[in-house]
Design a protein around this ligand. Structure first.
Ligand code: FAD
Length: 400
């Protein structure tokens, strides 16, 4: 769908042919506006392609504003209310695509994620929109009627300029800070972008201990400076990963500790009392190995979190209760995160204070819109970020 020449004039020029940009193009085109979606990459929506292990976790049935992080927690409400997960499911149905819930409301495509990209590009084409790949943006100027954008394929005049170029995560996939540069150019503020939904790295003793059991996974309830998440945690060569840890990383700031409840929200004391009743002749570590991975128990014993208590029959309930309290409130301080290389998303971004929550248009620059991940709205792990891409694109495309 790339065209040899760009039209000299369009109603809307979209920068970024990812989830948000393609969906905007389809929606705006369907309303009768002429639209071109530009991207510097060779292929559109590469993050859709690799998402969800190739099956794209395209939305979440539990979508609610509280599951998005932003300096302004109310900002996402309007767009999310006007385009729901069911609206996107309807669109999928119309294209013959099917889905299943994996866990926690996460909807995955039954087909390969390429089918969603085809659906988006088909919708764009059906709406009369154009997709132009491998095109660089050289300059953006404000004009009386909108914007003139100089591109490697020639200049385009557009009444609306829609920035859908995403965040900084995974530079190898073509991520750039283009949206932030444009925002600053036009006087909008930026909430410092930070890597989110990203594994933690550790140093010193923690790194050695965690690397020694790399590959071990266990259920956990984890928290940083925000809600707690009860999901799996994975020990890695560099530190900690797994869904619970990725969720927590979005709320973490450098130097802060994270708390890990290795009873995953269960009643730890009751579990230790039950172990004592079931295995009175075992050591505490030996009994715990019946309910936790052996290598994890060994590592925690080495750190003194699991004390050497040889015969559970001889251990008082008071002692077991205090051991349970320690195992249920283990705290560690990450040295950092794996950063942009592996972060699934960018938290922070274009400050919503400068944008209309109804239309995603910049208050001070009529015709300039920011949608998708470049905006300071970051979803939890589990399909929320695509839902924001669809909903913010829909809101902008339906703005008058
Ligand atoms: C490995 C991985 C797995 C993920 N899995 C999921 C998942 O299952 N569910 C979920 O909800 N979210 C998932 N996400 C997050 C989700 O992919 C993003 O939140 C979403 O793609 C953001 O959409 P977007 O359109 O705003 O930006 P993007 O999808 O990043 O698209 C931006 C586009 O802009 C282009 N671009 C950038 N700079 C320029 C420039 N200067 N000039 C021209 N073009 C430019 C890029 O090439 C890209 O095509 C995942 C992310 C990763 C990295």
């Amino acid at each position: 769908m790339s065209f040899a020449t760009l039209p000299a004039q369009v109603d809307a020029l979209v920068i970024g042919a990812g989830a948000a940009g393609l969906f905007y193009g389809a929606q705006f085109g369907a309303r009768g506006g002429s639209v071109v979606v530009l991207d510097h990459a060779k292929k559109p929506a590469e993050k859709v392609r690799i998402s969800g292990g190739g099956r794209c976790n395209f939305t979440n049935m539990e979508t609610a504003p509280e599951r998005f992080i932003s300096e302004n927690p109310h900002f996402a409400k309007s767009a999310l209310a006007r385009y729901t997960p069911w609206d996107f499911c309807d669109l999928m149905s119309r294209h013959g695509l099917t889905w299943h819930e994996k866990t926690l409301g996460q909807l995955f495509c039954d087909q390969r994620s390429g089918a969603i990209i085809k659906m988006l590009t088909d919708e764009l084409e059906a709406a009369g929109g154009q997709l132009r790949l491998e095109t660089e943006i050289k300059r953006v100027e404000k004009t009386a009627r909108g914007f003139t954008v100089a591109t490697s394929a020639g200049p385009v005049d557009a009444a609306r300029l829609v920035i859908a170029s995403g965040g900084l995560s995974i530079p190898k996939m073509g991520a750039t800070g283009f949206a932030y540069d444009i925002a600053r150019r036009f006087g909008l503020d930026i909430i410092e972008p930070r890597a989110a939904l990203v594994p933690f790295v550790f140093e010193g003793r923690d790194k050695e201990d965690f690397a020694s059991i790399s590959g071990v996974a266990c259920p956990v309830r984890a928290a940083a400076d925000g809600p707690s998440f009860q999901e799996a945690m994975l020990f890695t060569h560099r530190g900690l990963s797994g869904p619970a840890i990725l969720q927590v990383s979005s709320y973490w700031s450098p130097g802060a500790e994270i708390s890990l409840d290795l009873f995953a929200g269960g009643d730890g004391a009751a579990q230790l009392f039950a172990l004592k009743a079931d295995h009175p002749m075992k050591s505490l570590a030996g009994a715990l190995e019946t309910v936790m991975p052996k290598r994890l128990v060994e590592m925690l014993s080495g750190r003194g979190l699991i004390p050497a208590l040889n015969r559970l029959a001889d251990v008082s309930h008071d002692t077991l209760a205090s051991v349970a309290a320690a195992i249920g409130a283990w705290t560690v301080v990450p040295a950092g995160t794996e950063g942009w290389r592996t972060a699934e998303v960018t938290a922070g971004g274009v400050d919503t204070a400068g944008l209309s929550s109804k239309s995603l248009q910049a208050h001070a620059v009529p015709g300039l819109y920011f949608i998708g991940e470049c905006v300071d709205v970051t979803g939890w792990l589990g399909g929320y970020n695509f839902q924001w891409a669809w909903a913010s694109a829909h809101a902008a495309a339906h703005a008058d």
